[in-house]
Design a protein around this ligand. Structure first.
Ligand SMILES: Cc1cc2nc3c(=O)[nH]c(=O)nc-3n(C[C@H](O)[C@H](O)[C@H](O)COP(=O)(O)OP(=O)(O)OC[C@H]3O[C@@H](n4cnc5c(N)ncnc54)[C@H](O)[C@@H]3O)c2cc1C
Length: 449
């Protein structure tokens, strides 16, 4: 029997340290972020990152030989739950998206030279990266990508239009997905390229203002860039992995990344949940504090149950990935991706509601959490697409029943059961004068009064 919900004491001590550190050192940053330039922000982060490194929690997503800690997905998940409480925490721990996912694919598919040039400085926190796949006309279905990379002598020439490349406006390097063989099978058409951000022809047009960052602000952590790649010439060795392996590599990137997202969402949810409960204890209306209203109790109970369900599902997906591999955990990951995003939304929504006008105001972080939560149903695959994957698996073992009579149809099953036990029924009928239709009480049992 190997089911175990315990965290070993040494790792729990690290988690406890991380929780206090994030609460005391990172949460305050949220309130002054908008006053800091990217350069000032980097200077604020530098000593914090050193402290994380001293604790052995830096870049915990990678194996030790790559400069990480080799914790595996369950331990990482527990850490991400803590980091999720603040959008600024992952950066202090060297595991912020998209750098964490990019370092994973560089580790997976990079040549020794590519690792030395890009992975090592990325892990050290000396450079930043972006992942450039989505295009204005190709998102949920990336087989529709139009960006091309054409071989020209000993170089590749990239042309295309991307957007929502997170952090691209502050990145030193971009990992770009481009079609290298338009005639290949849909999932073998694209390849990945490592493109230094200062390569001529990489034109970063803007950071798209979003629900999360409504004011357009260029060149700052968390921006989502629109980019034109115009005759971008990179050497042949810029190809990451095999030609045509773009989708395969992307899948490796997305699996663990989604687990980390889901655990971070639980961190956000738990912070909103704490606010929900706090408000319920002191806000007085219609003769009692809000905690005494049944609707509010229902919200608290439902939130707690949903969060617990999402947490167990996510940790189970992480455990599966650790023990059986990424492919085995694929459907579990799709399940947590849409379920977790909905839980995140629901808990924040209740907290916003219970805080009345205050919840709608920027005096509390709830409205920012709410805007952040809306994107969770979209990035790394829209909820609808993940539901589709889960439903497909559910449908796999099902087939139409004979004559369209449901397999569980009780009258049909009853008739079959009578036939199966006909002999016994016959004996019973003969001895007790019992007929199947007459449901007389047993003579030995006293009828209910
Ligand atoms: C905050 C944020 C950060 C992001 N960061 C990055 C990044 O770093 N790099 C990058 O390359 N991309 C990034 N993206 C883009 C993200 O991956 C895409 O938004 C996502 O893949 C969906 O693509 P799309 O926006 O083009 O939507 P579309 O493909 O146009 O889909 C729109 C909607 O259509 C519906 N839909 C689609 N397919 C189906 C289906 N099969 N069944 C039912 N309904 C369906 C869904 O409701 C879906 O939301 C980011 C997006 C956000 C919001």
């Amino acid at each position: 029997m190997a089911w175990d919900f315990q965290t070993e004491p040494e790792y729990q001590a690290k988690l406890d340290w991380a929780r206090d550190f994030v609460r005391e050192e990172i949460w305050p940053l949220e309130t002054v972020f908008s006053e800091l330039s990217q350069d000032q922000l980097d200077r604020v982060y530098a000593p914090l990152q050193e402290r994380v490194k001293e604790q052995g929690l830096w870049a915990a997503h990678l194996d030790p030989e790559l400069g990480g800690q080799g914790y595996g997905q369950v331990k990482l998940g527990l850490l991400h739950e803590i980091l999720g409480t603040s959008p600024f925490a992952p950066n202090a721990f060297g595991c912020q998206a998209p750098d964490s996912g990019n370092s994973e694919i560089l580790a997976l598919a990079g040549t020794p030279e590519q690792k030395e040039r890009w992975l090592e400085p990325l892990l050290a926190g000396d450079i930043k990266s972006a992942f450039s796949m989505t295009e204005p006309n190709a998102g949920a279905d990336p087989t529709l990508l139009q960006t091309t990379a054409v071989r020209d002598g000993d170089a590749w020439v990239i042309n295309g239009h991307k957007w929502f490349s997170s952090n691209a406006s502050i990145a030193d390097v971009l990992i770009v997905m481009a079609v290298t063989d338009p005639d290949a099978r849909p999932h073998q058409r694209a390849s990945m390229f490592i493109v230094p951000a200062d390569t001529p022809g990489v034109n970063i047009l803007r950071d798209v203002a979003t629900m999360e960052h409504p004011q357009e602000e260029f060149g700052k952590l968390g921006g989502h860039a629109e980019i034109l790649y115009e005759d971008v010439r990179v050497p042949a060795d810029a190809l990451l992995g095999a030609e045509g392996a773009g989708f395969l590599i992307a899948q490796h990137r997305l699996g663990p990344g989604r687990i980390h997202h889901c655990m971070r969402w639980l961190g956000v949810s738990s912070r909103a949940f704490d606010m929900l409960c706090e408000r319920a204890t002191y806000r007085y209306a219609f003769g009692s504090v809000l905690a005494e209203k049944q609707t509010v109790q229902n919200w608290i109970a439902d939130s707690a149950a949903q969060m617990q369900a999402a947490r167990l599902m996510t940790l189970h997906a992480a455990w599966r990935m650790d023990t059986e591999g990424a492919a085995a955990a694929r459907t579990d990951i799709s399940m947590i991706k849409f379920f977790g995003a909905q839980v995140l939304h629901d808990v924040i929504d209740r907290a916003v509601q219970l805080h009345g006008s205050l919840g709608y105001s920027t005096d509390l972080p709830l409205e920012a959490m709410y805007r952040f939560a809306r994107a969770a149903r979209r990035y790394d695959g829209p909820a609808e697409v993940h539901r589709l994957a889960v439903a497909r698996l559910g449908l796999l073992g099902s087939a139409p029943p004979a004559d369209e009579v449901p397999t569980e149809h009780v009258p049909t099953r009853r008739a079959a059961a009578r036939e199966k036990v006909a002999e016994i029924l016959e004996t019973v009928t003969a001895n007790d004068c019992w007929t199947p239709r007459a449901s007389a009480p047993s003579p030995r049992r006293r009828p209910a009064s």
